[in-house]
Ligand binder design. Structure first.
Ligand code: TTP
Length: 410
């Protein structure tokens, strides 16, 4: 059986982290999101077909042509927007067999696929999907079920309990006939959920599996922090492959990659993951749920908590990085501080596609893109975004979002 992974989206809600790359290759706990998808599909499939478009070369460069010895084929998404178009693009590559489809920007565990495959086979179904029960479906489509079958998928029904569609499906090749008939949705996309509704109307049997494990849909920046926390809390093994100087304190679990040096006076409370060839300390404080990538520098008098610092980035002197995401190849000047809490302790809101969205978090710091250079003594308000390739001059107070490739001076 083949797995089709949808990875052609622009990930606009995840700007600035997707300014120059697709979201599926963003690293959480130092690993591209799509690799978790592939790892959990792996036992059930013999080939991966990845549908790409936006910045596709970066997906190909990241993953190469095989994953754990199983081949990867890349397919360009056909013209048109939406998940139905993305699935249709894999038509020539799935053969006559049933195939699994998964969004490339979600996290799930292997049980989800086990349950999906067994529901499909047990019910001798034409298609199957994975569902999860939520108390509040405001952010999801609602899947209506009856007597072991899906009877319809409704657009966001509001604050009601019910089953959400997790973005993981099993189809037979006749799905392509229904995709051809799928109309454009109100938001201007061809949606696979509309295709499934057409199948149901035509009397096809759509089975479902209910998944109770951890799942996350990486749509908004803070979803990266949630997934990072989950992965570090549940999967991290204490393993020191680098060098830890005498006088450094490490409270497990902490993973430290080859070539990384932790200098005297560093105080690290796990779970914390640090990649390869990074320089940590002397005299810094790294608190739980922090992932630091390869070739990073976290230097003297720096505190980092609950944050993601991607590869080749530096918080080298006198910085506070709290509940923040720092993209690749970004540098914070000495004394640069992220604020992560409002004085009124209200939820931090973040402007996403021109609208202020409630992150649901009391604590959220900065979301900084890739290749950003920040001068000394810069203060960044909670939930503010700094676009990739931007430069912030010394002493600036970043109280508004900064677009990509922008110079901000006092
Ligand atoms: P979305 O998260 O709905 O879309 P997106 O990735 O473009 O993000 P944003 O809304 O922030 O711009 O996509 C769900 C999944 O489907 C995701 O894995 C990307 C994939 N997808 C495609 O492959 N092709 C498409 O045309 C679209 C819209 C999504």
């Amino acid at each position: 059986m083949k797995a089709v992974i949808l990875a052609a989206g622009k990930g606009e809600r995840l700007r600035p982290l997707t300014d120059d790359r697709p979201k599926v290759i963003l690293k959480v706990a130092n690993r591209p999101i799509i690799e978790y998808v592939m790892e959990n599909l792996y036992p059930f499939v013999d080939e991966f077909v990845i549908v790409v478009r936006y910045e596709k070369e970066k997906v190909i460069e990241t993953l190469g042509d095989e994953f754990g010895g199983k081949p990867i084929t890349y397919v360009d998404q056909r013209p048109g927007e939406g998940t139905a178009k993305a699935v249709e693009s894999a038509r020539e590559h799935v053969g006559d067999e049933e195939f699994i489809v998964a969004n490339g920007d979600i996290y799930f565990e292997v049980e989800a696929i086990k349950e999906l495959v067994s529901a499909f086979r047990r019910e001798k179904a034409d298609a199957a999907l994975v569902l999860k029960h939520f108390e509040d479906l405001s952010h999801f489509g609602k899947v209506e079920v009856e007597e072991g079958r899906v009877i319809g998928i409704l657009e966001k029904p509001g604050k009601v309990p019910g089953y959400a569609n997790l973005g993981i499906y099993l189809f037979r090749p006749d799905i392509f006939e229904f995709i051809k008939e799928t109309p454009l949705s109100e938001r201007g996309e061809y949606e696979i959920t509309d295709t499934i509704n057409l199948m149901i109307q035509a009397g096809r049997k759509v089975a479902y599996a209910v998944y109770s494990g951890y799942w996350n849909d990486i749509g908004q920046p803070w979803n990266l922090l949630e997934l990072n926390e989950y992965l570090l809390k549940t999967k991290l093994k204490h393993e020191i492959r680098g060098t830890v100087e005498e006088g450094a304190t490490i409270i497990p679990p902490v993973e430290i990659g080859e070539g990384t040096v932790v200098r005297s006076g560093a105080y690290i409370i796990g779970p914390v993951k640090i990649g390869r060839n990074s320089r940590i300390g002397p005299n810094c404080f790294i608190r739980p749920y922090t992932s630091i990538g390869d070739n990073c520098h976290v230097g003297n008098a720096v505190e980092v908590k609950n944050s993601i610092i991607m590869d080749n980035s530096n918080a080298p002197h006198l910085n506070y990085v709290g509940d923040s995401i720092i993209g690749e190849n970004t540098n914070l000047g000495a004394g640069t501080i992220t604020a992560n809490l409002r004085h009124d302790r209200g939820n931090i809101r973040v402007e996403i596609k021109g609208k202020l969205e409630d992150s649901g978090r009391h604590k959220l710091g900065a979301i900084i893109g890739h290749n950003v250079k920040i001068g000394i003594n810069v203060s960044i308000y909670p939930g503010r975004k700094i676009g990739s390739y931007s430069r912030i001059g010394p002493g600036v107070v970043v109280d508004k979002n900064v677009p990509p490739r922008t110079m901000v001076l006092l």
